[in-house]
Write a protein that binds this ligand. Structure first.
Ligand SMILES: Nc1ncnc2c1ncn2[C@@H]1O[C@H](COP(=O)(O)OP(=O)(O)OP(=O)(O)O)[C@@H](O)[C@H]1O
Length: 254
């Protein structure tokens, strides 16, 4: 499988602290790739470098054969990179459909001014976006909730809503930031099934997750970070046996 995303030598410093140091990672077309590591390992920083919320101190990021590391987040979104942040807001007074439509505005040509003035281009976009949202709701099992206020959604469905919002922009690469956090057993299982379905549909997925069982079930490959560096990568079975990974998780001399 060819690489869709290639991160090379990614380094990000905050003052004197290296949040990431010389990190290489690639996501192949159609795979689910997980990034794991103890607290402070640099996982969020890596996600933000890929999404464009942060710019690297050094290193390059290639996507679909072109460099993207200097592009603004909305330009990366238009190229097909979507992020479902665990803490991205759910607007409780808006309907589930409207919450999902927010995800498409990042990738449409008509900006907020066209939306406010209700210019023809915006009205055309609105029809398109409603159709995209309906499709995203169907893919995430939320169709029956479409017209309900988002406040009515149970937590498991709220997580599915975050995923639906990311899907609404029609991505090829989906970044999932701790999607299982706070979910209970059956909700976790439902979310894992959803992610498997998206992969089967051809999406490439990069996942940051603390829940090891979740990663073991879903990830084709895993990259392990500790203190900003890659300490192991491979299949889950391979990294589980790696002494550096065991030390990073269980403590011991560094
Ligand atoms: N904006 C910032 N300013 C200063 N230091 C930062 C900033 N963001 C991250 N760091 C530091 O960079 C390191 C990596 O942080 P990061 O949040 O990427 O780790 P993480 O693996 O996502 O951790 P967690 O699992 O706790 O979310 C930490 O030492 C953190 O304190």
């Amino acid at each position: 499988m060819p690489d869709l995303l290639t991160v090379t030598g990614a380094t990000r410093r905050f003052g004197g602290v290296y949040a990431l140091r010389d990190v290489d990672l690639d996501v192949r077309a159609g795979e689910t790739h997980a990034v794991i590591g103890p607290n402070g390992a640099g996982k969020s920083t890596l996600f933000k470098l890929i999404g464009g919320q942060l710019i690297a101190t050094a290193g390059t990021i290639g996507y679909d054969g072109r460099r993207i590391d200097r592009l603004a987040p909305h330009r990366r979104a238009r190229r097909g990179i979507a992020i479902a942040f665990q803490d991205s807001p759910v607007f409780h007074n808006l309907s589930v459909t409207e919450n999902v439509m927010v995800g498409a505005h990042a990738v449409t040509r008509a900006g907020p001014v066209a939306a406010i003035l209700r210019l023809p281009r915006h009205r055309r976009d609105e029809v398109t976006i409603r159709a995209l949202a309906a499709d995203a709701l169907a893919r995430t099992g939320l169709t029956e909730w479409a017209d309900r206020p988002a406040a009515a959604l149970p937590l498991g469905q709220q997580r599915a809503l975050q995923v639906a919002r990311a899907l609404c922009g029609g991505p090829r690469l989906l970044l999932l930031d701790e999607p299982a956090s706070g979910l209970r057993g059956p909700e976790r299982t439902a979310l894992a099934t959803l992610i498997e379905q998206l992969r089967a549909d051809g999406l490439s997925i990069l996942l940051v997750e603390h829940d090891v069982a979740f990663v073991a079930r879903l990830a084709d490959r895993v990259t392990v970070l500790d203190l900003g560096r890659v300490i192991a990568h491979g299949t889950f079975a391979e990294i589980r046996e790696d002494p550096a990974v065991i030390t990073a998780y269980l403590g011991g001399p560094r």
